[in-house]
Design a protein around this ligand. Structure first.
Ligand code: ATP
Ligand code: ZN
Length: 216
């Protein structure tokens, strides 16, 4: 029987803001991913790798558990999920900020004035840590989507959410008050790669770093 080839299993967001940048970077690294419609898993022809297409939120856990060897995912998600993975490289796309936003009229003179307010967010772990570091006592209300409508419907006084252009905040009569985290796409890996998979990862990392160098 033919020996089974060990492949590097690479997790990429299936669809959304990081899919295009991740696929483009792989392509620039010379990795040809065959066009497949709506597949979970695709094998690469010219590199011992397979691409797993997943929801971004699931990537840190899959990498921790060894279902995937590496993953392309937002640093915001990596820090929020707090799994046992390591960040190998910052990738320069998917840039955004995790910020506290307030209703237009509210202008606290210092962050200490946030004490006692109720903040809606999908990032309770990162927010809780920031509040603690800054000795602010605030109520965190976790919601999974459409965080920006929370103040208007009376669910919270403020939100903590991802911002890039600020247009979503603007159309909800909110403004960016305080940056909690500056994020971009990063490459993460688990901790127990086989010798062959580590070799493949080293090759890929070398190519990623060359692509980055050529850009700046
Ligand atoms: P999925 O279906 O995979 O769960 P999603 O809706 O959670 O997708 P996207 O909105 O596609 O996720 O965002 C993916 C990542 O893109 C974010 O976690 C973040 O790192 C990055 N990003 C960059 N700019 C923004 C932005 N303005 N809003 C949200 N995310 C952004
Ligand atoms: Zn998601």
């Amino acid at each position: 029987a033919p020996r089974k080839v060990e492949k590097l299993r690479i997790a990429v967001q299936k669809s959304g803001r990081l899919n295009e940048g991740s696929m483009k970077l792989l392509k620039e690294c010379g990795i040809d991913v065959p066009a497949g419609n709506n597949q979970l898993k695709i094998s690469v022809d010219n590199f011992d790798a397979e691409i797993l297409f997943l929801r971004d939120d699931d990537i840190p856990e899959y990498v921790q558990d060894g279902v995937a060897d590496i993953g392309f995912v937002g640093e915001n998600v990596v820090l929020e999920k707090n799994k046992d993975t390591k960040i190998l490289e910052r990738l320069g796309y998917g840039k955004c900020r995790l910020s506290i936003a307030l209703p237009k009229g509210k202008k606290p003179k210092s962050i200490q004035e946030l004490d006692g307010i109720k903040i809606a967010t999908s990032y309770p772990f990162i927010l809780k840590k920031w509040l603690k570091q800054n000795k602010i006592n605030a109520d965190i209300h976790v919601i999974s989507g459409s965080v920006e409508i929370a103040p208007r419907i009376g669910l919270a006084d403020a939100i903590c959410d991802l911002v890039s252009s600020g247009s979503t905040l603007f159309s909800n009569e909110l403004y960016e008050y305080q940056i909690i985290l500056k994020s971009e796409a990063v490459l993460i890996s688990g901790n127990n790669l086989s010798k062959r998979r580590q070799e493949l990862l080293d090759q890929l990392l070398f190519r990623i770093r060359s692509v980055k160098k050529a850009k700046y």
